[in-house]
Design a protein around this ligand. Structure first.
Ligand code: NAG
Ligand code: NAG
Length: 614
């Protein structure tokens, strides 16, 4: 070997190496990055597939509805443009402009459809000047990222104007869910959309009950109000209109069974809605994403915040049938309309408005209604699977009583008749505490929240001792891993009851009972000790994340405190931010909670420079 051949050898090796490196770089360069090639995660779900990373961009914008946008649509009878089919044109014809807030200029916002355990990365771009927002991902426990729950001043700072907040979480809880602006006003003004999480066919417990689970068979119900027109109920952002604009259309084929996914996303009235489909039965199979023992019914009554999945058997040969949604409250006559259309049927033919020809007469009601013949109420519903072992014991580790009442400062007495005082004069309380939001996000900036703001039964702030109205951040702490029973007692006597939504968890509704007068906690405790209150279903009660406490009702919930974090137990009808009926559950010690990323946005004060003063 000469010196020359050695250097030639090295040169040769080096070139080969460089060549290979260049090839690798080229291959890497040509391989699209995940966020470039993944447009949608909507796909058939398979149990052996890896979870996908699903990226979405939601541009939050505020508008005035405008008649002129729709003028072209009206001239054009085909009305095929997307602008013609949505709320802009449905409702602005006869009404005054009103302001709306949208995600990607749609009502409902884009529907997000993924497979269980996919990772969602959602860039929320707040383009509303002078207004901050957050989005809550209802139904998702956010186990790995409690700071992604979207509760302003509890899990994050609200997203300021013209900033981007990236929600990143795993869609771990399968079922029909939705996302929505945390504040009720923004939600009423249009900021919501579907979040459907599917299981692989092999592990979907009700898969044998239907043939097709199509992404377009989604029924998003929302109330819509306008200063000049009466209120109406939208189905997928559409409403019946005198000028005959198109209704939502659900296409089916004769003989096939379809899974329909329903969500009642927004309601100002707080009235439940009853859904019927002319000449068809609905077979209810899941509540808030949790499978139940199926019930066949003619109609379906659903409350704000709830989701119901049902199977529709297309047992006609052809035709078009009305899908009707009607408010159940006597004082509001909200109506929504859509059409179930058999494929190849002429949709312009007169829709048959014949009511039921099917024999069954049963309403499926997601509330704890007084049992009556011909209806299935929530207390009758059975989960498909049993409760976990630790919740089936007769005793739990922790019992939390929540007494819901109000004070009327004008009369300085508790009014239980619910007649004389209107809402504005009521100061609502849970365990004598009226919830207010903390001054900094409790989860991510705990050091910035003055401890004097925090309260619970054992820790009543000094300032409250002399008064029966106490405004503070109601926080109940639960050690990680405990089995918990929450006993809610309605002492307000409000006719519509109170609906609550639990963040981070799905609970079991083990028992409920309605009284015809105010029951004190002591009376309830006594009855319970004597086993005369109510028999708990400790086997397979319904599981949900949203529940309504009926007037003068007692509702008993159970859950395993296995998701550390700070979770809202939220009043669904807060009339704004809160009317005082919220509670935050702090599960686990701080060190047991997933650490907040170090660069997580924080909020704080600005106090001007001092140099002028020196
Ligand atoms: C009607 O719709 C067609 C197709 O979408 C479009 O080309 C046409 O310009 C529309 N007409 C009007 C008056 O907007
Ligand atoms: C609320 O206040 C009343 C009257 O001060 C008291 O009797 C009751 O025990 C309090 N309730 C709770 C849950 O602390």
């Amino acid at each position: 070997m000469t010196a020359l051949s050695t250097s030639q050898n090295i040169f040769l090796r080096l070139s080969i190496l460089l060549g290979m490196a260049a090839a690798v770089v080229t291959v890497l360069y040509l391989t699209p990055l995940p966020d470039q090639n993944i447009k949608s995660c909507d796909r058939p779900c398979h149990e052996l597939d890896w979870p996908m990373i699903c990226r979405y961009k939601l541009n939050i914008e505020m508008y005035q509805t405008n008649k002129h946008i729709c003028e072209n649509c009206r001239r054009n009878s085909s009305g095929s443009s997307s602008q013609c089919t949505n709320i802009f044109c449905q409702l602005t014809e006869d009404s005054n402009p009103r302001s709306i807030i949208t995600a990607n200029r749609q009502i409902p916002g884009p529907s997000i459809q993924v497979c269980q355990n996919d990772i969602l990365i959602v860039d929320v771009i707040n383009k509303v000047p002078g207004k901050s927002v957050t989005l809550h991902w209802r139904g998702q426990p956010n186990h790995e990222a409690p700071f992604m729950d979207g509760v302003p001043m509890v899990t994050q700072c609200p997203i300021a104007s013209h900033t981007v907040f990236q929600y990143k979480f795993r869609a771990s809880h399968a079922g029909t869910h939705f996302y929505h602006a945390f504040t009720d006003t923004d939600r009423s003004n249009g900021l919501f959309g579907a979040l459907v999480v599917r299981k692989a066919d092999k592990i979907e417990p009700h898969r044998k009950l239907y043939d097709l689970d199509l992404k377009e068979h989604l029924i998003i119900l929302s109330e819509w109000s306008d200063p000049s027109t009466s209120k109406t109920l939208l189905i997928n952002g559409k409403a019946p209109s005198e000028r005959g604009s198109a209704l939502s259309l659900f296409t089916v084929q004769p003989g096939k069974r379809y899974r329909f996914r329903t969500a009642f996303v927004n309601s100002e009235s707080g009235c439940p809605v009853t859904l019927t489909i002319d000449q068809h039965l609905m077979r209810v199979i899941a509540l808030d994403g949790n499978p139940i023992v199926p019930y066949e019914s003619n109609s379906l009554t659903i409350s704000k915040g709830e989701r119901v999945d049902f199977v529709l058997k297309a047992n006609r040969m052809k035709g078009a049938f009305y899908l009707t949604a009607r408010s159940t409250c006597s004082e509001s006559d909200l109506n929504g309309l859509a059409v179930v259309n058999y494929k190849n049927s002429d949709r312009n033919i007169e829709i048959k408005s014949i009511k039921d020809t099917t024999k069954l007469t049963r309403d499926f009601d997601t509330s704890l209604c007084p049992s009556k013949l011909g209806s299935v109420c929530l207390q009758d519903v059975k989960s498909l699977e049993k409760m976990p072992e630790e919740l089936r014991e007769s005793e739990v580790d922790r019992k939390i009583y929540l007494d819901i009442d109000f004070r009327d400062p004008r009369r300085n007495l508790n009014e239980h008749d619910g007649l004389a005082s209107d809402l504005r004069s009521k100061i609502y309380r849970i365990n004598n505490l009226t919830f207010v939001y903390p001054s900094s996000p409790l989860l991510t900036q705990p050091m910035d929240v003055p401890s004097t703001l925090i309260c619970n039964e054992l820790m009543v702030p000094e300032a409250c001792r002399a008064s029966d109205i106490c405004e503070c951040v109601h926080l109940e702490t639960i050690p990680l891993g405990q089995s918990v029973e929450v006993i809610l007692i309605d002492q307000t006597g409000d006719a519509k009851g109170h609906t609550f939504h639990f963040h981070g968890y799905h609970f079991y509704i083990v028992a409920s009972r309605q009284f015809n007068r105010v029951m004190t906690r002591d009376e309830i405790k006594q009855l319970d000790e004597e086993n005369r209150l109510v028999k708990r279903n400790l086997n397979n009660p319904a599981r949900k994340d949203t529940v309504t406490i009926p007037k003068f009702g007692v509702v008993i919930l159970r859950f395993s405190a296995n998701n550390p974090g700070l979770w809202m137990f939220r009043d669904e009808n807060p009339q704004g931010w809160t009317k005082g009926l919220d509670v935050v559950f702090e599960v686990g010690e701080r060190h047991e909670m997933v650490a907040t990323p170090s660069n997580f946005p924080s909020c704080g004060n600005y106090i001007g420079p001092e140099f002028f003063l020196l």
